[in-house]
Design a protein around this ligand. Structure first.
Ligand code: FMN
Length: 160
């Protein structure tokens, strides 16, 4: 079994649920990315503010993540999509920690517009992307839960 670390950020809990399910199935270590300053509970306000910030490559302060990536074979990075890219706290993470050459499995929950989320993770970190998964939510409902179940079940299978 591969040694994997889940790292996730979640604003409105979709990504948290996904990270939790991955952890429950394989018991991987799991770390949450936490912004120093919490986001407003006002969803629309966050959407509007971030519309301006994401294109500026905004990187809000996050709490330090104390982990030795050398202890893991692969990182499962779970993020919501914000304005066609990773959520801003995840943007801080990928700019702040050295993931060059590491295998990163990106999981992006979104409303159907993934944009350049995976490309940006690869470009910023120089990591090697494997098994990327985009999960579309309609409101709070995962539109295709089987897609997630299949991906999850195949995670420990050897891919030739
Ligand atoms: C600031 C903000 C920007 C968003 N931008 C996008 C987007 O560009 N494309 C998209 O499909 N969904 C977008 N969404 C919807 C979220 O990606 C989606 O609801 C996601 O599953 C939320 O994950 P979370 O509940 O873990 O925070 C955005 C949501 C927020 C709050």
């Amino acid at each position: 079994m591969k040694k994997r670390l889940i790292i996730f950020y979640s604003y409105s809990n979709h990504t948290r649920e996904i990270a939790k399910k991955i952890k429950e199935k394989y018991n991987y270590d799991c770390i949450e990315i936490k912004p120093v300053e919490e986001y407003s509970d006002d969803y629309d306000k966050v959407v509007q503010t971030e519309e301006k910030l994401v294109p500026l490559d905004y990187q809000p302060d996050i709490l330090p993540i104390e982990v030795d990536f050398n202890n893991y074979d692969e990182i499962i990075l779970c993020t919501p999509v914000w304005w066609y890219s990773v959520a801003s706290p995840v943007n801080t993470f990928i700019h702040s920690y050295d993931l060059k050459g590491r295998v990163v499995i990106p999981v992006a929950t979104n409303g159907g517009y993934l944009g350049r989320t995976f490309e940006n993770i690869e470009k910023v970190t120089g990591c090697v992307i494997d098994r990327p998964l985009s999960l579309k939510y309609d409101g709070d409902i995962l539109t295709n839960p089987y897609e997630f179940e299949d991906w999850l079940n195949n995670l420990e299978e050897v891919v030739e």
